[in-house]
Design a protein. Sequence first.
Length: 112
Amino acid sequence: MHYVLPADGPLIATEADALDVIGATYGQDVTWVVIPAERLADAFFSLRTGLAGAILQKFVQYGFRLAVIGDVSRHIAASDAFRDLVRESNRGDQTWFLPTREEFDARVTVAR
C-alpha cells in the first residue's frame, strides 16, 4: 500500500515533520510513502544542510520506501551533489525521485 501526501499542506522542513508523516502511517500496511516535491522545504534540496540525509535515514529506519514526485530539475541544475543523489537513488529500490505519479505507479508495478 502507498501513503500519498496531498500536494497542498505544510512543508516538510525538519526531521520532526518527517516523523509526523511516518507516524501518520502507523498501523497501516504501508510500503511506500509518496511526497510531492513541493511539500519539501528548499533546505532538503541543499545537501549541505543535512536535511535530506536525515529525512531519508528516518524513512529507512522505520522501514519505508520514499518517492519524491515532481519537478526537481532546478535543484538538480543547481547542485552536482543533489544530481548525484537523485541518480543513485533512482538506481535502487529505497528512494526514488520521479517527475510524475504515473511514472511512480509504472515503476512500482515493474518492481513487483
